[in-house]
Design a protein around this ligand. Structure first.
Ligand code: PAF
Length: 285
């Protein structure tokens, strides 16, 4: 596994990997991460390996997507552990840049999806998705992958990235990685490490609520009744505080109303002490 820290190193490495085969160019897969890797990331890596001849992973805690400086400072970092996991998984290339490499002195270029970035989670975290698209564009330009994998758990992020790639004609195929869950159903996330034992036990309410919502949608319901059921289910857990509930069209993320006759993406964000967890499911009547 080759570890690259500069743009020139990474470009040379991806060129070498892509042209390594005498039979023709190899297809390069890419998984961008902010480190603190867990099984959820590793399933994205496995998906990239299934869909490409070689795989690159980036580890970069992107400052421009954090709203609170304290969140950036407290973001878990353990490069040695992350690198050992990637090596064991058979990853070919790792890009581990510092902030000045990604954002050179004097940088001023941003990339933004104007509507999708500023609704739902984007409305409560101003600038967050602009930070994501600005860094992913830079990473795509450096790594030049043929295919990249993003987790479905960050559902709005996935839609924002797909929109950006389509709008800017980026030559990258975007694949959605299904959410990986702990045995009790909790969606895997780097943030889970920060939950107290009591909050960790209570956090199962997110997936339980989404499962109950799936049953309700199958049996026929209105969006309003679905929202009431979800809010009541989260409220019944005393350690949980519902921060966001979106019931929207898949991909375009427009609010739905009335009798539910089409698929609905349910996006939940729930606070446990100082940790905000998210989860989502697309439900079909
Ligand atoms: O999903 C993440 O970990 C980040 O938002 C990403 C895509 C690596 C960009 O920093």
């Amino acid at each position: 596994m080759q570890i690259c820290r500069t743009v020139d190193e990474m470009r040379a490495a991806t060129r070498a990997v892509k042209n390594a085969s005498p039979e023709g160019a190899k297809r390069l897969g890419f998984v961008p991460t902010m480190g603190a890797l867990h099984d959820g990331h590793m399933s994205l890596v496995a998906q990239a390996q299934e869909n490409a001849d070689a795989v690159a992973v980036s580890i970069f805690v992107n400052p421009t997507q954090f709203n609170q400086p304290a969140d950036l400072d407290s973001y878990p970092r353990d490069d040695a552990r992350d690198l050992a996991m990637l090596e064991a998984a058979g990853v070919d290339l790792v890009f581990l840049p510092d902030v000045e490499t990604i954002y050179p002195p004097g940088h001023e270029t941003i990339v933004e999806t104007t509507r999708l970035a500023n609704i739902l989670h984007g409305a409560v975290r101003p600038g967050h998705f602009r930070g994501v698209t600005s860094v992913v564009t830079r990473l795509f330009n450096i790594v030049q992958p043929d295919v990249a994998v993003f987790g479905e758990k960050d559902y709005q992020q996935l839609q924002v990235i797909k929109r950006m790639v389509a709008d800017l004609h980026m030559p990258v195929e975007i694949l959605a990685g299904p959410t990986c869950r702990e045995a009790d159903g909790l969606a895997m996330s780097s943030r889970n490490q920060r939950l107290s034992a009591e909050d960790r036990a209570a956090a199962v309410v997110l997936s339980q609520t989404l499962n109950a919502a799936a049953v309700l949608v199958k049996s026929g319901t209105s969006v309003e009744d679905l929202r009431d059921m979800i809010a009541n289910s989260i409220d019944a857990e005393p350690r949980a505080s519902l921060q966001g509930l979106d019931t929207v069209t898949p991909e375009t993320l427009e609010n739905l109303h009335g009798a539910l006759t089409q698929s609905v993406a349910v996006m939940l964000s729930v606070q446990f002490s100082d940790v905000l967890l998210i989860d989502q499911k697309v439900l079909t009547p």
